[in-house]
Design a protein around this ligand. Structure first.
Ligand code: ADP
Ligand code: ZN
Ligand code: ZN
Length: 677
């Protein structure tokens, strides 16, 4: 027994646990780092990963180390670069190594033994390229040629492909992928959301019929996810198309990482290790000496700033394919619409006229409202009762289809009461509107129009989204009503009108990124109009607003992302906000708001007065109570990323010391580079 080796192993244990580090086990065999093993932990057997560094705690000579129980020998070890990426992410986002490492693997892998895995590996043979004819590849435009030229000469810097919607960005990175494949490499293509992948997957399959393409996203069954992941890890898949989780896909021959719509908020995880897949993609590129291509019509201000400083190479494609003009943006000033119409109807007369014109010409329209449900709140006219959620500091949304009141924060759902629960008045009314009500109003105003609605409610069932999108593409829909889900990515060929019903709220949000997000959303939405050059001249974007002179709308009218970015960056510099400063949030959840804040106070006390780092006082979250839990947060800011990182690294591990004195505390978490504050 004394001949046994000592192996360093990480297991899935949270950052505040005593098991967060690298643990020591005895082993009769020197499994290489990156090998998945089964090890005893307390009374359980858990999945662990042999780690490429000695155990942190020298084993106490008095303590008998426990042995590794088994190893997945059939699985090639995870590459050293993969372990390095995990180690970086764990350190940067203040999580334990094992937590990040194991969360990055397909869950199915943890359950399998060697025999079962061998079976799965044999079945991989069944994954094959789709086959088919080698496609006719379009002749690149002059802008595409120039972008590709600059990309090939970019050297090790990441490239930011800044191109208008419909400028042919996808075509550019298809060609970059072709280059990587021709060099015998694999390409990883990240996309923001699952609903964007079907069309893109098809486009890739058509372009590369003799290559194996796999997808990785949360819509796959556990077995599919494992199969696709294995195909990537074993080097059989040439192209991996996936959402943010795919940034951790091990690739033996990485040759290109593309981040499509790199500004999209869904690249930032909102749970567990709150990593940014875009930022990790850039880091990974450096680590594996692999070029990185970020693409967007409205880059994140972070990436734009990097391009301005010359850290990223900027590739610019201002023109739409086929010389199509960008759609004219018209602002409908609600101050000049007759008052009753403006207040009670979502649809102003000019907007209805524009819709009716499209209908008469057989063209399609998109009406965007970023709020689902029928109405955001029900209200009693007699006593003032409102449909609050008993468990949250939020209103419950009225959904008419199933006559329910639903809390979008905690999910609490009840049937709509027949009368006011407080005073018995039967006259309770919806206030405001969501997509459901908008659809109803459109049906009344334009009875001949064929309507379809796409939002989280209408697309819950498997395949529902694809079916609806297909009927839009097939021309079976005249007016598509939807939330931001429909604004992005889709190549709708017959759409000549995009109408945005009520985007003003974001102009006055306390969230410093709200303006950036709104601008991106509106530019994306505008990009759905007039994609077909033959119709582009008639394409229009209508925005109903009470604030038509707002600079954001003026920049939108001019399709001028650069002016918008410059003014936002100047504001952020003045206010000391990202990308000019670096932020982290410490969040706490407790039974009472006092307890949540008291813990944060104590955490600030532990920090002392760190160099170059400012800690702000704790405040309740925007929605302080969710599911009967009170939530608070504390902002930590620094002009220097390294100083902030150094501070977090010494501060966060100490925070669990505070737990004993704060009984009311339920959970806490750190969010590094938070999206919203
Ligand atoms: P983006 O990704 O910038 O929105 P796409 O790459 O989707 O733009 O291109 C928009 C449309 O133009 C697509 O239908 C695409 O097939 C077509 N397209 C792209 N590049 C070319 C080209 N060089 N010649 C002809 N059509 C092109
Ligand atoms: Zn009442
Ligand atoms: Zn609730």
């Amino acid at each position: 027994m004394s001949q046994d080796l000592i192996l360093a192993v990480v297991v899935d244990a949270p950052q505040h646990s005593a098991l967060r580090g690298v643990l020591s086990y005895r082993s009769p065999k020197a499994w290489p780092p990156g090998t998945l093993v089964r090890v005893p932990l307390g009374r359980r057997a858990v999945c662990g990963l042999v780690w490429p560094q000695p155990a942190q705690e020298a084993p106490d000579p008095g303590v008998a180390l426990r042995p590794v129980m088994s190893a997945l020998e059939t699985l090639p070890p995870l590459p050293a670069a993969w372990c390095e990426l995990v180690a970086f992410a764990a350190g940067y986002y203040q999580r334990s190594l094992g937590e990040v490492a194991l969360a990055a693997l397909p869950p199915e892998l943890r359950r399998l033994d060697d025999r079962q895995l061998a079976l799965r590996l044999r079945r991989l043979e069944r994954l094959r390229p789709t086959g088919g004819a080698v496609p006719a590849v379009p002749e690149p435009t002059a802008e595409q040629v120039a972008a590709l030229q600059a990309w090939r000469e970019a050297g090790p810097r990441p490239a930011l492909l800044f191109g208008s919607t419909g400028s042919g960005k996808t075509e550019v990175y298809l060609r970059a992928v072709a280059d990587a494949l021709a060099a015998g490499r694999q390409a990883l293509v990240l996309v923001p959301e699952i609903n964007l992948t079907p069309q893109l997957e098809q486009r890739f399959a058509e372009r590369f019929p003799d290559r194996l393409i796999v997808s990785l996203h949360s819509g796959l069954t556990p077995a599919q996810r494992l199969r696709h992941w294995l195909a990537a890890h074993l080097g059989r898949a040439d192209i991996v198309l996936g959402t943010r989780m795919a940034v951790f896909t091990p690739l033996p021959r990485p040759g290109l990482i593309v981040v499509d719509e790199e500004h999209d908020p869904s690249y930032k995880s909102q749970e567990g290790a709150r990593y940014s897949a875009r930022d990790l993609a850039v880091y990974r590129g450096r680590l594996e000496d692999c070029p990185v291509l970020l693409a967007s019509a409205t880059p994140s201000l972070e990436s734009w700033h990097q391009a301005e400083r010359g850290r990223y190479v900027r590739l610019t494609m201002p023109s739409r394919i086929g010389g199509a003009a960008l759609p004219a943006v018209r602002l409908i000033d609600l101050n000049h619409v007759p008052r009753s119409a403006a207040h009670h109807e979502a649809l102003s007369p000019p907007l209805l006229d524009a819709l009716a014109q499209r209908l008469a010409r057989g063209e399609q329209s998109l009406v965007l409202l970023n709020r689902r449900g029928y109405a955001p709140v029900l209200h009693c006219l007699a006593c003032g009762w409102k449909s609050g959620c008993p468990h949250c500091s939020a209103w419950r949304v009225f959904h008419r289809a199933d006559r329910s009141l639903r809390c979008h924060h905690c999910g609490f759902t009840e049937r709509v009461p027949r009368a006011c629960p407080d005073c018995g008045n039967p006259d309770i009314r919806p206030v405001g509107r969501g997509t459901e009500r908008l659809e109803e109003q459109l049906a009344q105003a334009l009875p001949a129009a064929r309507l379809a609605r796409i939002d989280a409610d209408t697309t819950r069932a498997k395949g529902a989204l694809q079916a609806r999108l297909a009927s839009v593409h097939a021309g079976e829909v005249d007016i598509l009503v939807g939330t931001q889900m429909v604004a992005k990515g889709h190549d709708f060929r017959r759409m000549t009108l995009v109408a945005v019903v009520n985007p003003d709220a974001a102009l006055f949000s306390s969230d410093f990124r709200a303006g950036e997000r709104l601008f991106a959303l509106l530019m994306q939405a505008a990009g759905r109009a007039g994609r077909d050059a033959a119709q582009a001249a008639r394409a229009e974007v209508l925005v109903q607003t009470w604030h038509p002179t707002h600079p954001l709308y003026q920049a939108l009218r001019a399709h001028d992302y650069e002016a918008f970015a410059a003014s936002q960056l100047a504001e952020r510099a003045m206010a000391g906000l990202p990308p000019h400063a670096h932020l982290a949030l410490l969040r706490s959840e407790a039974r009472s708001q006092e307890a949540a804040q008291a813990w944060l106070e104590a955490a600030a006390g532990l920090a002392g007065d760190p160099e170059g780092v400012t800690i702000y006082p704790p405040v309740p979250m925007g929605v302080p109570r969710v599911a009967n839990v009170e939530r608070a947060q504390m902002l930590v800011e620094s002009a220097s990323r390294p100083l902030l990182q150094r501070f977090l690294a010494q501060w966060c591990p100490r925070l669990h010391e505070l737990r004993g004195e704060h009984k009311g505390l339920l959970r806490w978490a750190v969010d590094v580079d938070p999206l919203a504050i």
